[in-house]
Write a protein that binds this ligand. Structure first.
Ligand code: NAG
Length: 334
């Protein structure tokens, strides 16, 4: 049957619009890159270390923290290491040949126990340099433990880690006049942010892991000098709460910190003590929520078993200065 010309035109327009919407949706719904890193221990437990805000050529106790990470990493037989960003100070890497990569990473984290896969996100200081250099596989050829991506997933069986690129969320980096940021791959910004949120939300929705852990550079809540990141409180936190995320782990404030939530199981953990610390600016916080705040250097260890999750914060002497654990019963035991 012949369609009247007018309707035919409408039909064509509708088809074009549908294709365009579908294409846009495909881009928006592009899945996050996913890595399987299943525990290798016979009992299925997973041990990792988390460090943030570190690359300073070994200075400001970076080397001391690295030494203790090496010892604790060996004791715990860690499976991998997470970096919460601000990998290279002050301004990221200039390019793939920048000697900072060697001087602040390869030559510092030399212990055998640390020659495991590192999973890193970018911090705001990394965005001040050449972001594409840190993301470039050339660095993994130089040092096989290195991997840095924007937003991605590491699946470890019982536990799934969702890494989120948080720097583009913070408004002030887009208005600061005295700093330059490398926004290649991020603009148009609003499209980038809504894609990240959509992808993370979808991935959390689809996850069947017992434990869900989200990692980003920026704080959601913090009593440190940077304080809360309102953009993440407004846009990321509601997703984490709705999808019943267990832990949000960040750096940015150069401290070790544990804030508990009063209305969900979500715990806010800061591991940003990889080098320069002792800022001496700590805000008042509700004591019912503030479980621990340490203004100095250190790192965090995380252990996950089928029914239990536990974290421990270590100082520069390798002493545990705070620990916390929680359990879930996934099976009926008779
Ligand atoms: C290194 O760590 C020690 C012990 O916490 C501390 O006293 C010292 O101030 C730290 N040095 C720097 C530069 O932060």
């Amino acid at each position: 049957m012949m369609m009247p010309t007018k309707n035919k035109t409408h039909a064509t327009i509708l088809l074009v619009v549908c294709v365009a919407v579908a294409a846009a949706f495909n881009v928006a719904a592009a899945e996050l890159q996913r890595f399987d890193h299943l525990p290798v221990k016979a009992d299925g437990s997973l041990d990792i270390l988390v460090i943030g805000d570190w690359g300073r050529r070994g200075l400001y106790n970076q080397s001391q923290v690295a030494l203790q990470m090496g010892k604790i990493g060996e004791q715990l037989d860690v499976d991998f290491i997470v970096s919460t960003g601000d990998n290279f100070y002050e301004n990221g890497l200039i390019d793939e040949e920048d000697s900072l990569f060697d001087e602040s990473f390869t030559q510092v984290y030399t212990a055998i126990s640390l020659q495991k896969q590192w999973y890193s996100v970018l911090g705001n200081h990394d965005y001040r340099g050449n972001v594409l250099a840190q993301l470039n596989p050339v660095l993994t050829h130089k040092d096989s433990k290195w991997l840095c991506l924007r937003s991605f997933i590491v699946n470890s069986g019982n536990v799934e880690f969702f890494f989120v690129d948080t720097t583009p969320f913070q408004d002030k980096y887009f208005t600061e006049e005295d700093q330059k940021y490398d926004w290649r791959g991020v603009l148009p910004r609003e499209e980038y942010l809504s894609n990240v949120l959509k992808e993370v939300e979808m991935a959390l929705e689809e996850s069947s892991a017992t434990w869900k852990i989200v990692i980003g550079h920026h704080t959601i809540f913090s009593a440190g000098s940077h304080g809360n990141t309102q953009e993440l409180v407004d846009r990321l936190l509601p997703i984490l709460e709705a999808k019943e995320v267990d832990l949000y782990i960040n750096g940015h404030d150069h401290c070790l910190q544990h804030i508990t939530s009063q209305n969900s199981q979500l715990q806010f953990l800061t591991s940003g003590g990889g080098s320069k610390a002792w800022r001496g600016e700590v805000k008042q916080w509700n004591p019912n929520e503030m479980k621990f705040y340490y203004d100095g250097q250190g790192f965090m260890a995380l252990r996950v078993t089928e029914n239990e999750i536990g974290v421990a914060f270590y100082d520069v002497f390798g002493e545990i200065i705070h620990s916390w654990s929680s359990s879930k019963h996934t099976h009926m035991d008779f």
